[in-house]
Design a protein around this ligand. Structure first.
Ligand code: NAI
Ligand code: MG
Length: 535
């Protein structure tokens, strides 16, 4: 009977082509301190039958224990159950990983290979990921809590596409011949920087891996990457695949561990030539300080956001509601670029609020392995409690709570899709990054006014504009101080489109051609010309 239930669940919830069997309930340990409850808001969580092979640090092409021998648990955010224990890297492990990356850079073969050889390895890696993509998507959902359909149908294909894109760049990176005011032959060489330190967050573990590792490798650098403590598993899996694809030892080292220990050791390391980070603005500042106080390594930072989503009076309200809903609630609201200030023109405001509320009420929350589920749990207790604190602050203000406002279910880390209307710019929920499923709707009348208000924030990561008027779209696109403006669309993350922030949302751009300069030095080579007559 139980077995029949499992198999019918499998066919009901996942595509029949899925090469995974699923079992229900977990034999793993129970939840520890990061979770306020050991039980789930869902009765019988679907557990993917993924064989977790890699839980150690990947240093110099080998999986090794932490020098301290310590491990830490990684949790299933649906339940608080421990999925497995992972080696806990610290400063000494970072030293070992940096030494391996240093040797692989200084002695080769990676930077000395032809760019075409490097591209071939990256392409082979992308093919291997494609072959293992269902299992990787399941592991991503298990560790992170995001809907399986999203991981498998959108994030894994994008991951593969990003590596195809960067493989394509590898043999097209070159310098210029520069005219000078004298008898000189001048050329620039575009060289890899050296050892890149990379620190990634938990909200898109694989995508963040690709944004960082892709350009660094294409340019010929070697890497020490620290994963987020909440989601260490998929990076180790793909790290193994990279070596199967022929990546030489020491080129890509992966250290699982915590921020103030492993992360800080990496950012402050004297032998790391460049640091790249995605996460909170607060931690970004700490990393910049560590970079400055050590060897003045350049930093690329992709930080927080409070992106406006502006719905103009000519908008098709139904379409605007759907897009604004997606812009905020996607990935449990855990997106740096989430459209978390929904500005709506007063002429369509009431209709918008009514329909946005109905849409949020229809949002399906539950086990992210089930098809049709749009929203899984928040990543951990810290984030869950942070979101509930912001909801409380909104509820105690003059904003109107239209729906949600509570945890979803009686236990676990699920939060009801929440909508506030009548939100004012100076409220905490309109100023801070909530990073959860909480939509704040504000009213505006004049375009100039909404531009000023939208720009009155410390952040400048992204903005959404919804209008049928080309002039309005052009005006807003130019006036908004943000690294991305999505017009009548949102969260379009093509490999070639640059992404990054103005103001305190960061420094530098990832993806696209702009990302390459983060990982390149420019060398000018000047040679006197023997016969100036031929200038
Ligand atoms: P965080 O910025 O502290 O952590 C992100 C990464 O930085 C993790 O790998 C962490 O281990 C590492 N880290 C933390 N402290 C460090 C330090 N002193 N030195 C070096 N590395 C360090 O973000 P956290 O604590 O996970 O979330 C806090 C808030 O940050 C969220 O509520 C959200 O508002 C924001 N956030 C933004 C993200 C984005 O995509 N821009 C992603 C994750 C969080
Ligand atoms: Mg933190």
């Amino acid at each position: 009977m139980a077995a029949r239930r499992v198999s019918s669940l499998l066919s009901r919830t996942l595509s029949s082509s899925l090469p995974l069997s699923l079992r229900k309930g977990s034999s793993c340990g129970r939840g520890l301190s990061r979770f306020s409850s050991t039980a789930s808001a869902i009765e019988d969580p679907i557990i993917p039958n993924v064989d977790i092979k890699h839980t150690k640090l990947l240093i110099n092409g080998q999986f090794v224990d932490a020098a301290s021998g310590k491990t830490f648990p990684t949790y299933d955010p649906r339940t608080g159950n421990v999925i497995t224990h992972v080696a806990e890297g610290d400063a000494e492990d970072i030293n070992r990983a940096v030494a391996a990356a240093r040797k692989a850079f200084d002695e080769g073969p990676w930077p000395k290979m032809t760019a075409y050889e490097r591209a071939r390895i990256i392409l082979r890696f992308a093919d291997l990921v494609e072959q293992h993509s269902e299992e990787l998507a399941a592991l991503e959902t298990w560790d992170n809590g995001k809907p399986f359909q999203q991981a498998s149908k959108s994030e894994l294909p994008l991951f593969v596409r990003l590596f195809h894109y960067y493989a394509g760049w590898a043999d097209k990176i070159h310098g210029l011949t520069v005219p000078a005011d004298g008898p000189y032959h001048v050329q620039t060489l575009h060289e890899p920087i050296g050892v890149a330190g990379q620190i990634i967050p938990w909200n898109f573990p694989l995508i963040m891996f690709a944004w960082k590792v892709g350009p660094a490798l294409a340019c010929g650098n070697t890497i020490v990457l620290k994963t987020a403590e909440q989601t260490p598993l998929t990076a180790l899996y793909v790290g193994k695949l990279f070596h199967e694809a022929g990546l030489p030892p020491g080129v890509l080292n992966i250290v699982s561990g915590f921020g103030p220990t492993a992360g800080a050791a990496l950012a402050g390391h004297m032998d790391v030539d460049k640091i790249a980070f995605t996460g909170s603005t607060e931690t970004g500042k700490a990393i910049l300080e560590l970079a400055a106080k050590s060897n003045l390594k350049p930093a690329t930072l992709e930080l927080g956001g409070k992106s406006p989503f502006i719905v103009c009076d000519d908008a098709d309200v139904d379409k605007a509601v759907e897009l604004a809903h997606f812009a905020l609630f996607f990935n449990q609201g855990q997106c740096c670029c989430a459209g978390s200030r929904t500005y709506v023109h007063e002429r369509v405001y009431d209709e918008f609020v009514e329909k946005a509320t109905q849409r949020a009420k229809r949002r399906t929350v539950g086990d992210p392995f089930k098809s049709g589920i749009e929203q899984g749990p928040q990543i951990d207790t810290e984030q869950f409690e942070k979101v509930l604190r912001y909801i409380k602050s909104g509820s105690e203000s003059t904003a109107k709570l239209e729906c949600g406002g509570q945890r979803f279910g009686s236990r676990g880390l699920f939060i009801q899709p929440t909508v506030f209307s009548n939100v004012q710019d100076d409220m905490l929920i309109a100023q801070d990054e909530i990073f959860g499923p909480v939509q704040s709707i504000l009213k505006f009348k004049e375009l100039d006014d909404v531009v000023r208000r939208a720009n009155t924030t410390q952040y400048g990561l992204a903005a959404g504009v919804f209008t049928n008027n080309l002039n309005t779209a052009n005006t807003l696109s130019r006036a908004l101080r943000a690294g991305t403006v999505w017009v009548n669309c949102f969260d379009v993350f093509d490999a070639a489109i640059p992404f990054g922030g103005y103001k305190m949302s960061g420094i530098g751009r990832e993806k696209g051609v702009y990302s390459l300069s983060n990982y390149l030095q420019v060398k000018a080579v000047v040679t006197p010309l023997k016969n100036p007559a031929w200038l």
